[in-house]
Design a protein around this ligand. Structure first.
Ligand code: ZN
Length: 303
């Protein structure tokens, strides 16, 4: 199941709104031989009776309904802990078995690295699931990002795991602020490249900023995601560029303190763009109104 933004109501009764989080228990009974995965951690050994196996999972940290998942398959599993000690579970459909070790290793390494950049990991386990349905996209389901029908590379793993902080622990109060999820997760991809020495975030930013004035990204202000075009590329790319413009304006020390303060002050909560701007101004001591206005709210390319 991949339900963002409003698919959860089709498989469990809920107030399917990102501002109404809950803890979740899952009890899933499947034919023996099939594995059932859900958010959080397994709370009992799978029990088989009469050819049916029952799996129990529990996500004991607050979770928005759109991040709930239940996924069935004949998975290959790899289980263990990251180098920093966070439980790590990777699961792949047999069609993607050759991704299993990479998914496990990269998810562990990236989760650990993000704890040094974004602050303590908000949940009790990490990992990922590669299933064989050909969605062609990934979703940051809490503790169990789902990669739908493709072999995930490090960039997308970095993106989905950054969402565990930005989107999952700190969740938008209103969908129009979705750049707080997608801009941050996109910027995390650039930070991962920078960390690996592949490409600096500044180089990525400069390439994107050189796109012509006619590029559709410039006419879509990412700070107000539209209901009928929520996942517009601008919310991702220009959202990420907003963070880089901010980083250049306030400097690395304040910028990275801001990221950790943001995740600490709003852990497991709901957030708005206004709250982020307020915090950035408080920590930097600068009037950042014009910067955020140009990057988030104007239908044109910022200077
Ligand atoms: Zn995303």
């Amino acid at each position: 199941m991949a339900s963002e933004p409003n698919g959860s109501k089709t498989w469990f009764p809920s107030n399917d709104h990102p501002a109404d989080k809950a803890t979740f228990d899952f009890t899933i009974t499947v034919p023996a031989g099939v594995t059932a995965l859900a958010n959080g951690e397994m709370t009992a050994k799978p029990a088989t009776r009469g050819g049916l196996t029952t799996y129990k999972w529990s996500e004991r940290h607050p979770m928005a309904t759109y991040l709930a998942t239940a996924t069935l398959g004949k998975f290959d599993l790899r289980e263990g802990k990251t180098a920093a000690g966070i439980p790590n579970l990777a699961a792949t459909d047999p069609r993607f078995k050759r991704s299993l070790d990479h998914l496990y290793t990269a998810s562990g390494e990236i989760t650990d690295y993000w704890t040094t950049v974004f602050g303590p990991y908000p949940f009790a386990s990490t990992g990922g699931v590669v299933d064989d349905y050909s969605a062609g996209y990934a979703l940051e389901n809490q503790t169990k990002p789902l990669y739908g029908g493709f072999e995930p590379d490090e960039a997308i793993i970095a993106h989905e795991l950054a969402h565990q902080w930005f989107g999952n622990s700190l969740t938008v109060k209103r969908w129009k602020d979705l750049w707080l999820n997608e801009g941050f997760a996109t910027y995390a991809e650039w930070l991962w490249s920078e960390h690996k020495g592949t490409k600096t975030a500044d180089a990525t930013f400069n390439e994107l900023h050189a796109r012509p004035a006619s590029d559709p990204m410039w006419s879509y202000p990412p700070g107000r995601a539209k209901p009928d075009d929520l996942f517009n590329q601008s919310v991702y790319t220009r959202g990420g560029m907003t963070l880089h413009a901010l980083r250049k304006a306030i400097g690395d020390p304040t910028f990275f303190t801001l990221l950790k303060t943001w995740t600490a002050e709003h852990r497991y909560g709901n957030v708005t763009t206004e709250e982020f701007i307020d915090l950035a101004e408080r920590l930097s001591g600068k009037d950042l109104g014009p910067l955020f206005d140009a990057w988030l709210f104007q239908p044109s390319r910022p200077a």
